[in-house]
Design a protein around this ligand. Structure first.
Ligand SMILES: [Mn+2]
Length: 342
């Protein structure tokens, strides 16, 4: 059974009604705050900026602000990104506060109180774990992104170019540039309509998704060139030490793309990337094909994650860490679990 706040289809009457209700509330508010989850990603930032642009376009009498934690430089080119605020003024209050792409109130982090203390609270989200909060809540678990929901809520005709750019960015990020299985017909239809608005797809994808700094390119190259194939080519691993990180002047966030590049090698069933933490232990990131469940491996070493992407922290020499993990991978490859066993 679907509870009231959850809606399955964005072309349904229920979705239309809810959208009208939300827009009605926005039209009546004099002061509006918008926020999303902590460590905001492309969908969260895109949704907040798109909502602000939409409100400014259609309800210019409202005073509207977006509140987020620090946003990554790669999103700063988006219209309105420079006006994102961290804190409100002491005496500032909100007639309406919108929580976007946020699955529970605690994930609003620093901005939870702004939401809680607002006269009226609206939530729009696509996380299946969202149990519904606020005075008016719209959750569409089948949507690829919050930006996809906003596209259908706002309606194609009402979306300006700045709003379209933000929505497109959000959809691109939550779908991994339309590669993840959450990408559906409605996602593509929304993206197609946004392209017709004049969105520069190539620029958005390059700047916000693929572009690296020079040192990120260097450390990626170094990690790839030093990678080693083991288990007869069924597993690949590489590592970056503190010394390497000092040499290239990078921190752990500069290493994000390495594991996904390793994963794309040949026919490997498992990719492992290690980087050294300050105390000499290693953060292990794991990626796998359908044949290996890396969440089981990560859990057995005190970590966690998903079936095809997981991680844990390991202590010891690199050689021993790799051998311990490779042993688990080999066990799984040699003893495949049939689907019915789960
Ligand atoms: Mn999202």
């Amino acid at each position: 059974m679907i509870s009231e706040y959850r809606i399955d289809h964005m072309k349904s009457e229920a979705f239309f009604q809810k959208s009208q209700e939300i827009i009605g509330r926005i039209s009546q508010a004099g002061s509006i705050g918008i926020s999303g989850h902590r460590n905001p990603d492309g969908d969260c930032i895109g949704a907040c900026l798109a909502m602000k642009a939409y409100i400014q376009d259609h309800f210019p009498q409202a005073k509207v602000s977006v509140f987020l934690d620090d946003i990554s430089n790669k999103f700063k080119f988006l219209p309105g990104a420079e006006e994102v605020r961290f804190a409100k003024a002491e005496d500032e209050t909100f007639d309406l506060f919108l929580a976007l792409d946020c699955s529970d109130p605690d994930r609003l982090n620093h901005h939870k109180d702004y939401f809680m203390e607002a006269a009226y609270r609206i939530t729009i989200d696509h996380h299946i774990t969202n149990e519904g909060f606020g005075d008016l809540c719209l959750v569409v678990p089948g949507a690829s992104s919050t930006c996809e929901i906003l596209f259908y809520m706002m309606g194609e005709e009402e979306i300006s170019l700045p709003c379209a750019q933000a929505l497109y960015t959000g959809i691109v990020h939550d779908t991994g540039v339309f590669a993840h299985t959450n990408t559906g017909r409605m996602t593509m239809e929304a993206a197609g309509a946004l392209l017709e608005k004049g969105v520069n797809s190539e620029e958005i994808i390059d700047r916000s998704f693929y572009r690296r700094t020079y040192v990120q390119t260097q450390i990626l190259g170094r990690a790839l060139i030093e990678s080693i194939m083991i288990l007869d080519g069924r597993m690949i691993f590489s590592k970056v030490t503190r010394k390497d990180m000092r040499f290239y002047d990078v921190d752990s966030s500069d290493l994000d793309s390495i594991i996904d590049q390793l994963r794309l090698t040949g026919n490997v069933d498992c990719a492992l990337f290690l980087y050294e933490l300050e105390d000499g232990s290693f953060k292990a990131s794991l990626r796998s094909s359908d044949r290996v469940d890396v969440s089981r491996i990560a859990r057995s070493f005190g970590g966690g994650g998903h079936v095809k992407a997981a991680g844990c922290t390991m202590v010891g020499r690199v050689r021993d860490i790799v051998m311990n993990i490779a042993q688990e991978v080999e066990n799984q490859l040699d003893n495949p679990v049939s689907e019915d066993d789960d």
